[in-house]
Design a binder for this molecule. Sequence first.
Ligand code: SAH
Ligand code: SF4
Length: 369
Amino acid sequence: MINLLDLDPNAFTAFFAERGEKPFRARQVSRWLHQRFVDDVGAMSDLARPLRERLASEVDIRAPRVVADTIAADGTRKWLIDAGGANAIEAVYIPEDDRGTLCVSSQAGCALDCAFCSTGKQGFNRNLSTGEIIGQLWHANRALIADGVTAPWMTAGRAPITNVVMMGMGEPLANFDNVVAALKLMLDDNAYGLSRRRVTLSTSGLVPMIDRLRDECPVALAVSLHAPTDALRDRLVPINRKHPLDELLAACRRYLEKAPRDFITFEYVMLDGVNDDTATARQLLALLRDTSCKINLIPFNPFPGTEFRTSPRERILAFQRTLIDGDIVTTIRKTRGEDIDAACGQLAGRVQDRTKRKLGSRIPVVATR
Ligand code: SAH
Ligand code: SF4
């Protein structure tokens, strides 16, 4: 059976064309699925009965299986989703004053092994399918609506999720095809209809894939920089040994030609005594002189077994001041959902590691609602 959630907009149209159905049928079904969050073709009441019967025999809608659902004191909500085997991934909803953001995972685990990342410490298990990626957005919208969640931006039938960040577990550009298929659904008017500016992909710097994203589906880009020199970045973000800073920044500048926003966001995790002094901030200014960008400083979120500590607040503020004085817009990321381990870099899900066999390094205890 074909899982309808696995089809990107083109595949969706082709599926109906191959069965002799008009394009508007594809649009109708897409809206039932991705805008009304219906998971039963039998309930798509404006389709003729023969078509409904045919669909019922050829397709199903296999949504992600949620195994835990936790809400933090600040309204952040985390879904733990079964990814088969002994694996689970996480999606996080972050309500703000003017938007609802969903942080979406792209892989069970991650092979890139950044020194300060809980997901990386688990190793890699597998890529998520298109259906598993878009299914996180599908499920979050559906669950929030079913629970009667209201928000100021939910006027005129708008869905609860207005923004997506591909910043959950995994490196999205290492699962390029499935991630791009899911991005295309996020942007499609008959699916989620989000503007490119409201969809952000974060990468640790897979340079060739940054170019492909620019050509195939340019959404807002965030790059996990974390260090201004190759010596330091080699240690923190090992993919830097393959794609060093000069190559990465050149790719960022090429991306800007097509980017929906006229800047790249550089993420920079603040690690106590490692990358957080003002001399390092000045190196960062020099490095980024020719690249239109904003910097988002992320206070390090600790997890069990990590060797790193969070920079003290004064040092983060001094670092920010140096960057702002150097004319780069610099924000400090607000930590959200810390009490449910939903903050950046804390997403551990549950991954049966095939690369490092560090099984069960961290199985979170979550309260089920
Ligand atoms: N793999 C992608 C996207 C997922 S990580 C990437 O690396 O960009 C999303 C962001 O969280 C990245 O900027 C990452 O560096 C950051 N991050 C990882 N671990 C963290 C931690 N423990 N504390 C704070 N931020 C962290
Ligand atoms: Fe992977 Fe991103 Fe974590 Fe690095 S920071 S290990 S790329 S998820």
